[in-house]
Ligand binder design. Structure first.
Ligand code: GRF
Length: 228
């Protein structure tokens, strides 16, 4: 069993986190709101990195006084070269945990191995169901009764890996892909800070394909105001 990146006992140190984005950055904003400028924050966001120069999230990061970096994937001949540049930037920043927040690039197996158990993602569905894109429409099409979001450690296959935390809500008869997207996004904004705080507090361990959270129910969020 290995301990995921986090702090244990002794003097409290902040977990050095880099957030990777490609666009809107609303999850980044939720992390900023929770962790930037609070005296007892367990997390320090040491870099916000975007593969797109026009990502709205870069403005959010700058407004919060965070260090930003654009690594434009178009400037690299292949995925491996891009990931090497990304890796170098993360290491230069002293990153301990990489947080994918709407980062729309597939990462190489090499990169994922190098950051194993130190690389997390948020996915807008209850994994292992509904991996991939366009989750809200597919949930409605399948008549799923519960939907939500998942924070997980990243493994080679897209949207797989040990599940750290999940948030669920009921699918309403009146829901459309748009209304579901909106309500799931609100849950994401609550779940990602919660999951990151659990890791930073040293309360998450990885055992093979499982993440074990030491406090019962700590990784579970069911939206009580959202009953059908
Ligand atoms: C979120 O729905 C997240 O789950 C998915 O991409 C979206 C990013 O949104 N991976 P934002 O850029 O954080 O607003």
């Amino acid at each position: 069993m290995v301990e995921a990146a986090g702090t244990t006992g002794g003097t409290r140190r902040m977990l050095r986190v880099a957030v990777l984005i490609s666009g809107r950055g609303s999850n980044l904003q939720a992390l900023i709101d929770r962790f930037v400028g609070s005296a007892d924050s367990p997390v320090e966001i040491v870099r916000v990195i975007s593969n797109r120069p026009d990502a709205q999230g870069l403005d959010r990061a700058k407004a919060a006084g965070l260090a930003t970096k654009v690594i434009d994937h178009k400037a690299f001949p292949d995925r491996a070269a891009f990931d090497e540049a990304l890796d170098a930037e993360l290491r230069a920043a002293g990153t301990q945990l990489v947080v994918l927040a709407g980062f729309m690039r597939l990462l190489t197996e090499q990169f994922i191995d190098d950051w194993r158990d130190r690389l997390i993602n948020i996915h807008p569905a209850l994994l292992p169901s509904f991996r991939g894109l366009d989750t809200h429409r597919r949930v409605l099409k399948r008549g799923a009764k519960l939907h939500g979001c998942t924070v997980h450690f990243v493994r080679h296959e897209m949207d797989t890996g040990p599940i750290i935390a999940q948030a669920a809500l009921p699918v309403l008869a009146s829901d459309t892909p748009e209304t579901l997207a909106e309500r799931v996004l609100e849950l994401e904004h609550r779940l990602y800070p919660l999951a990151l705080a659990l890791i930073a507090d040293g309360r998450v361990e990885v055992d093979g394909d499982r993440a074990i959270v030491d406090a019962p129910g700590a990784g579970m969020l069911v939206n009580p105001q959202d009953r059908a």
